[in-house]
Design a protein around this ligand. Sequence first.
Ligand SMILES: Nc1ncnc2c1ncn2[C@@H]1O[C@H](COP(=O)(O)OP(=O)(O)O)[C@@H](O)[C@H]1O
Ligand SMILES: [Mg+2]
Length: 250
Amino acid sequence: MTGTSLLSTRNLTKKFGAFTANKDVNVDFQRGKLTAIIGPNGAGKSTFFNMVSGGFPPTSGEILFDGKNIVGLKQHQFAKIGISKSFQITNLFPALSVLENVRVAVQSLHSTYDLWTPRSKHLEWVERAESLLELVGLQDRRTESAGNLAHGEQRSLEIALALACDPKLLLLDEPTAGMSPEETRMIMNLILKLLEHRTIGLVEHKMKLIMGVSDSIIVLHQGQLLAQGTPDDIRANEEVKRVYLGKGNH
Ligand SMILES: Nc1ncnc2c1ncn2[C@@H]1O[C@H](COP(=O)(O)OP(=O)(O)O)[C@@H](O)[C@H]1O
Ligand SMILES: [Mg+2]
């Protein structure tokens, strides 16, 4: 299994004071595949994503990326090695144009930026930003202020920001939350397109959708791993049915 894993965790644990949000989580994200994480609210899904994207350190356990333990790296180093999590809407600059938002994200990856940075570099960044907008389908909206975008478009813009560092592993935490069915379809099509060149981790509540697109599904419950398997494995798992699927979450 680990031979084709891009990322895997070994006994990954996170405590907030006396509360354990993730306990001994052992999971795998296979290269080029879409791995979904499901589980009731408070199951520890976002905590897990925050740890494996460098948002905060685990209390104990290991995160293996390309076979190496990356626990202890700084957040910006996670972007450098190729792990990126979708930004929250609050990280957009609403008064800046869509293109400027992406350009700033691309530029911020270059720590050497200063007044003497040649103009050709700026053009390179703008070109890179343009190509990311094209990828997420926002090229026609590039001069619009980010604050004027529809909800679905803002989420697409966040994905463009997360792609600025050209990640090998893209993590999306509920990218379709609050979306209309049409916007949801649009984002899912985008995710499948991005999967052609990347490994993707996705937290999502829409069960029909998850069952249809995932290669592998991780089920968390009260911070612990209940199961990881194919959609068919998960559908047939009695314990998963009991604690999650049986409760009208689909
Ligand atoms: N920074 C934090 N400090 C204290 N408790 C937290 C923190 N972040 C999350 N938690 C708690 O950890 C549990 C799991 O949260 P979370 O990972 O956000 O769950 P999910 O994303 O599955 O809904 C929740 O009970 C939440 O209140
Ligand atoms: Mg969450």
